[in-house]
Design a protein around this ligand. Structure first.
Ligand code: FES
Length: 144
């Protein structure tokens, strides 16, 4: 008899089979509850130099990963609606160059971030895929 192991869809608290889309289609489940499957990793570097690395779901944003793991400094007050700019981060090379250019809403909001740099992005607009595995993002000293 084939045993099918179910895991909880961490994003929507639903159940599905590992390796398939969750039943809401929100993202592919790539990690079981033991966390031992390969997932894209994101390293957050704080202003004081402290670093923390977390696994992320493909299709989620860097902001989602930060909130899921209580990464300090990513406030995300609008919850990813691209209307607050409090999820500002600096994306290291070579990942920055791999990202699609910001949409006009993100470009507009980047005008309001604290200490904008050439590699500034809103983490709620950076979507995780396998090619971004290992991405390093720096969190600014403060958010606007
Ligand atoms: S969370 Fe508000 S702009 Fe990103």
């Amino acid at each position: 008899m084939l045993a099918v192991r179910l895991v909880v869809c961490e994003r929507r608290s639903l159940r599905s089979t590992p390796g398939r889309l969750c039943i809401m289609g929100c993202h592919e489940l790539r990690r079981d509850s033991s966390g031992d499957r390969n997932v894209p990793r994101i390293t957050f570097v704080h202003f004081d130099g402290a670093r923390e690395t977390h696994g992320a779901h493909v299709g989620d944003t860097v902001m989602d990963c930060a909130l899921d793991n209580s990464v300090r400094g990513i406030k995300a007050q609008c919850g990813g609606g691209c209307t607050c700019s409090t999820c500002h981060c600096y994306v290291e090379s070579p990942w920055f160059e791999q990202l699609p250019p910001p949409i006009s809403d993100e470009q507009d909001m980047l005008e309001f971030v604290w200490e904008r740099r050439d590699n500034s992005r809103l983490s709620c607009q950076v979507f995780v895929d396998d090619d971004l595995d290992g991405i390093v993002v720096h969190i600014p000293e403060m958010q606007a």
